[in-house]
Design a protein around this ligand. Sequence first.
Ligand SMILES: Nc1ncnc2c1ncn2[C@@H]1O[C@H](COP(=O)(O)OP(=O)(O)OP(=O)(O)O)[C@@H](O)[C@H]1O
Ligand SMILES: [Mg+2]
Length: 317
Amino acid sequence: MLFGMAEHHDPRSAAQAGRVRIADVERTFATADGPRTVLRELTLEVRAGEIIAVVGPSGCGKSTLLRLIGGLDLPTAGTITLDDVPVRAHDDSTAIAFQEPRLLPWRTIAQNVALGLPRGTRGGEARERVAELLELVGLGHAAEQRPREVSGGMAQRASLARALARSPRVLLLDEPFGALDALTRLKMHDLLLDVHRAQPTTVVLVTHDVEEALYLADRVLLLRNLHAAQAEPARPRARVVALGSSSGIDALGAARTAVRAPEVAADPRRSDGSLARLVPVPGSRPRDRGARTFTDLRTSLLDGLGVHHRLTNKENA
Ligand SMILES: Nc1ncnc2c1ncn2[C@@H]1O[C@H](COP(=O)(O)OP(=O)(O)OP(=O)(O)O)[C@@H](O)[C@H]1O
Ligand SMILES: [Mg+2]
């Protein structure tokens, strides 16, 4: 049914998905301790209509990257273009949604969604578009409710509808499902895929959830934390010693070498840049969450995030 909405031709929902080119981007912040480089040598093309998931340790610059793509911040070096036009400021071509829905509590759900409409959208036209968006995210029945009267999942759907209201060429999502319970999160994944089919747009999704990344994305971008890089190598060894089993150590050592080797070989020039890995996810959506093809990818991505999960299981035992 959601898919059917795509056939409803509305010039504003027919906006093209945008192509984002990120070329040798650096972002350095001035801090009390001196300049701090958060993103470095980041080069990436996000194809029109692609869903790209961005994962990486806390503080590695995921939100910073979204802000740069959305024109809410400017790179210190390098360029970002949207359909070959440099991104210099935030405008209607991109929309961003966050972990918390950020709805205005004194306005209804419909009014909150209307806030996302392009400037100058008038009365009847605005009402029609808001109704269409609410229908798209399954909130048709909640239009007149206030944010405090709806569940967290509904509020997040309203936030998504507000972001979609301007038919962005690029939709930027910063851990949009991170605060939801597990079941609601799974439903939101399918909702996002329905929306993506109904309204062609490019999606850059920041997430901490590797399962979410593998279920939704065409490619997963793993960012490296530039500042943790020096301290990192000592950690696995210390944890292995704590485990106290030499056979376990050997098995883990072998497994880790196996998943790390291709990464190192992939692009040695980028070894100190922000891009740790860019992984295509096999198969077309909707994907089987339990597919065995993902097991290695999942292990490899978790490993890249510094989570050596077999070890963690034993530690928890
Ligand atoms: N305006 C700013 N001034 C100074 N430092 C900043 C600024 N914005 C971000 N930072 C720093 O840049 C680093 C990356 O921040 P960012 O919010 O992009 O990380 P993140 O990957 O989104 O982390 P998380 O997973 O915790 O959300 C952090 O160390 C943060 O303190
Ligand atoms: Mg963040």
